[in-house]
Design a protein around this ligand. Structure first.
Ligand SMILES: O=c1ccn([C@@H]2O[C@H](COP(=O)(O)OP(=O)(O)O[C@H]3O[C@H](CO)[C@@H](O)[C@H](O)[C@H]3O)[C@@H](O)[C@H]2O)c(=O)[nH]1
Length: 491
């Protein structure tokens, strides 16, 4: 009998750390579920190198995962040389990278043709990032199908898609009051605020450089056979219903795409190990040792994800508020907005003598921290986060409540959902122009870390812990079932 060729899936992630890693985790998850597949992840050369080191740094990679580098030259798109990832790029360049990402279409077509010559048939499907909607056309023209993968949550993805496609805030008079407006797909009672939108979205008119990328790409992704979503059905009931209602396609909630150790009932402290192409500037063991010296649920962890930072004034007030709160903290810090994020950190961005004065109260990490190890440690009591979806899932999976400071993308919608639907978050401020004073920083930190009964912090922790339980239960429950259903549709 002739041996059956493995079923080939081609994955097309967007060119950002917060997208590449969930795609890699998705590939692992699919293969754990059913090893019959071969998966090729395609991207620009530097992102493929990044994924190669992520695989090398992580636990033993299955032989069925292949990486394919597609030609891409950032200088052809008005970007600085070697700019193939949002990491470290200022916002004005990020939009150029979004537009440039569509240049991967022609080389992807070449690759699919090669697959057909070698294997006699096209891949069983392409799984493309929601931002890489053009992959739908590629799939169709080669007689295969496309599924979209949103690396965000259900609520955030629904809001992001609907707001970009409809720009509902442009017509506040149409059913809106003051600065609040309804969003197509969401219940009438769920109003969004103009303050939750980034300035480029507030200014968008359908013809600007942001709309002319997002509208066609989301619109193409709406032609997929269905969407995979990095969330858990039970924790986002309303978000899942809204996403299905808005996109009118099947949605499989297959998250959380996190390392197995984080999903154990009591992960405890220790090395989690992750697939990441970046090395922390501090050894995980050092962080763990520092956390070991603090009581349970007492430490605030602060990080704004892989590509964001705050303003100079905000940094100063945050530092003062932290110092006055006297609460222990780990702060992943980068140069403020307007400066080279990978450049040298200048002492004048913090209060005079700050780092010397805080001593054992704070651990400053200049660059990249071992976030998973920090969040899994029992001493970590709260996370001051920009509400990027990976950070949200990582925090909630460990029952850690969130102090939200959304900065860009769908982070404002994530924060809204975490506050209104889950009750696990309080918003400190929004954006790089958001007002922030040290007194508020101090009060919010104290409130969230306060474990006394009847305090809001205690309630947030209890709710976060319940969400964490649901996330862990989904691994053998709803998310497992959703993956099963998805794979049976492509087999
Ligand atoms: O010092 C650090 C900082 C970050 N991380 C990791 O980097 C990832 C950051 O991801 P996320 O929290 O999602 O933030 P972004 O990198 O900003 O993510 C982009 O992609 C997400 C998924 O689509 C969106 O939700 C965000 O809005 C978008 O900015 C997480 O896994 C973190 O664990 C570290 O390990 N160490």
């Amino acid at each position: 009998m002739e041996a059956q060729l493995p079923k080939h899936i081609v994955m097309v992630p967007f060119m950002a750390q917060g997208h590449l890693i969930p795609f890699l985790e998705l590939a692992h998850r699919i293969l754990n579920h059913n090893p019959i597949f071969t998966i090729t992840i395609v991207n620009s050369p530097l992102n493929i190198n990044y994924l190669r080191s992520a695989i090398a740094n992580g636990p033993s990679p299955p032989h069925q995962i292949h990486l394919k580098s597609l030609p891409f030259n950032s200088s052809d798109h008005g970007l600085p040389p070697n700019s193939e990832n949002t990491d470290g790029l200022p916002i004005t360049q990020i939009i150029k990278l979004f537009h440039a990402s569509t240049a991967l279409e022609t080389p992807l077509r070449g690759f699919i043709s090669d697959v057909i010559s070698d294997e006699g048939s096209p891949p069983v499907c392409i799984i493309s990032d929601v931002f890489m909607g053009w992959a739908n056309e590629v799939a169709k023209s080669f007689g295969t199908v496309n599924y979209s993968f949103t690396t965000g949550g259900a609520y955030g993805s629904a809001a992001y898609s609907s707001i970009w496609m409809n720009l509902p805030h442009r017509n506040l008079a149409n059913g809106g009051t003051h600065d609040e407006f309804p969003v197509p797909g969401f219940p009438e009672s769920c109003r969004f605020s103009i303050t939750q939108l980034h300035s480029y979205l507030i200014a968008a008119d359908g013809k600007d450089e942001w709309s002319t990328f997002f509208q066609p790409q989301i619109s193409l992704s709406l032609k997929s056979k269905g969407w995979l979503c990095n969330t858990v059905e039970e924790i986002e009931n309303m978000g899942c219903e809204t996403l299905r209602n808005y996109i009118k396609l099947p949605v499989w909630c297959i998250g959380p795409l996190l390392p197995q150790k984080m999903l154990k009932t009591n992960p405890g402290s220790g090395i989690v190990g992750r697939r990441s192409g970046k090395q922390p500037v501090i050894r995980p063991e050092e962080c763990i040792e520092w956390l070991d010296s603090h009581p349970q649920d007492s430490v605030l962890y602060i990080s704004f994800g892989s590509q964001n930072t705050i303003s100079e004034t905000q940094m100063m007030e945050l530092a003062k508020g932290l110092e006055e709160s006297k609460k222990p903290f780990i702060w992943v810090i980068r140069p403020p907005i307007g400066f080279d994020l990978k450049g040298e950190f200048k002492p004048e961005w913090l209060p005079l003598g700050f780092e010397d004065r805080i001593g054992k109260q704070g651990l400053m990490v200049h660059g990249w921290a071992p976030q998973l190890e920090i969040l899994c440690h029992p001493s970590t009591g709260a996370f001051l986060s920009h509400c990027g979806w990976n950070s949200v899932m990582e925090s909630l999976s460990q029952g850690v409540p969130i102090i939200g400071w959304p900065l860009a993308a769908e982070q404002g919608y994530n924060a809204k959902m975490l506050v209104e639907e889950m009750g696990v978050c309080v918003v400190l401020t929004r954006g790089v122009h958001g007002r922030i004073v040290k007194e508020k920083v101090k009060n919010v930190i104290e409130m969230v870390l306060d474990k006394s009964e009847e305090r809001k912090g205690n309630d947030m922790r209890r709710k976060a812990s319940e969400v964490g339980r649901l996330i862990r239960a989904s691994v053998d429950g709803s998310s497992y079932k959703a993956m099963d259903e998805f794979l049976s549709t492509i087999l």
